[in-house]
Design a protein around this ligand. Structure first.
Ligand code: GDD
Length: 339
């Protein structure tokens, strides 16, 4: 079996490429050339794993590149993970977010349609589509209410996939995945920012962690579980849409508390809103809030109802909140100690 992954240098590409290789797949990845020739999370893969991945340099905004690639490789499976995935950034750069997330997805769909109609495609949808959820928990029938340029672009991507699936009878599935994190999460995302900040405090740093909205409620799971779900979607009899999450929701503040708990610090909170601070038992300021890190609109109150994925795909998240936080903090402590 041959699989192609766009966005292979991201967190999910890291776990998915390993999963597919362990199942005996020939794994191909699309990698955008950048001036420093960095390979993102691929650089964290063990060399023997990395050397097995066949890289194609190109950009998903280039339709010719994609159709030529699909024409020559004809992969059985295509995991379309490449995206501008940072919600906060999408408010400042909506144009490039639309170009990559909508244009890129359209190009992938067109390339499959024109050059490789037997390819099964996975599209990385998101809980951000629910934005301001109209019901709790959220499942495949919950109305969408996007609240950022990122979410709007993903909504267009999801509907492009649905339309191509129905119009041209292609096997294209949407994953509506809730937040999924890990030890290779990018440093701009809140969970990794917290886990590295806590690890630094453990190693003697005096710097407080500076965050935005502490009250946002998210459903956080472990990325490794979610790539298993992506793969299961493409093994299913028919293409469809599936919600995947843990069913457990927590605030950013609870993530911070749990993370400090891993290093034996019990936080207390003082103040309100942007004046709120997190203190150690000795009264040291360990967490501060900065208004500039708030988003113009927040998307939260997320809790996944993943019963469809459980019933139809036999998918279940193995790692829950507490274990996820422990994995991330302990890994960041190890990374600092190794330096
Ligand atoms: N990034 C960041 N930095 N977020 C902060 C901060 C901060 O300093 N302080 C508070 N937050 C809050 C954000 O306002 C948001 O509510 C929450 O923390 C999580 O933010 P992110 O970690 O940036 O992730 P996200 O939820 O916006 O989006 C991630 O998950 C989606 C759902 O799976 C991304 O991976 C998206 O690409 C993905 O679709």
């Amino acid at each position: 079996m041959k699989a192609l992954i766009t966005g292979i240098s991201g967190q999910d590409g890291y776990f998915l490429s390993q999963l597919l290789l362990s199942k005996g797949y020939e794994v191909h990845g699309v990698l955008r050339r950048n001036s420093s020739m960095t390979h993102g999370t691929m650089e964290l893969l063990p060399p023997d794993v990395r050397s097995q991945i066949i890289i194609h340099h190109g950009d998903i905004t280039d339709e010719n590149f994609l159709s030529n690639l699909l024409q020559s490789e004809k992969p059985e499976e295509l995991y379309h993970l490449a995206a501008q995935s940072f919600v906060g950034y999408s408010f400042e750069n909506s144009q490039s977010t639309y170009d990559v997330n909508i244009g890129g997805t359209l190009n992938v769909c067109n390339a499959i349609r024109s050059s490789s109609t037997d390819t099964r495609m996975y599209f990385a949808g998101t809980s951000e589509l629910f934005g301001k959820p109209l019901e709790t928990p959220q499942n495949e029938n919950t109305p969408f209410f996007p609240r950022s340029p990122y979410a709007i672009s993903k909504l267009a991507g999801l509907w492009t996939v649905r339309t191509y699936r129905d119009a041209y009878k292609l096997f294209m599935s949407n994953g509506i995945l809730f937040n999924h994190e890990s030890e290779v999460r990018g440093p701009e995302f809140v969970t990794r920012k917290i886990s590295t900040g806590v690890a630094r405090v453990h190693q003697g740093s005096q710097q407080p962690i500076i965050l935005g909205n502490l009250s946002a409620v998210k459903d956080w799971g472990y990325a490794k579980d979610y790539v298993e779900g992506m793969w299961k979607m493409l093994q299913y009899d028919i293409s469809d849409d599936f919600v995947m999450g843990t069913g457990e929701s927590h605030t950013v503040k609870e993530f911070v508390e749990e993370a400090f708990g891993v290093i034996g610090i019990r936080l207390t909170w003082k103040g309100q809103g942007v004046n709120e601070v997190g203190l150690s038992e000795g009264g040291r300021v360990l967490v501060k809030v900065n208004r500039d890190l708030y988003r113009p609109l927040e998307a939260d109150n997320f809790t996944a109802d993943y019963s469809k994925a459980r019933e139809k795909l036999g998918w279940e998240p193995k790692v829950k909140f507490k274990e996820l936080v422990r994995i991330m903090v302990e890994n960041d402590i190890k990374l600092i100690q190794r330096k």
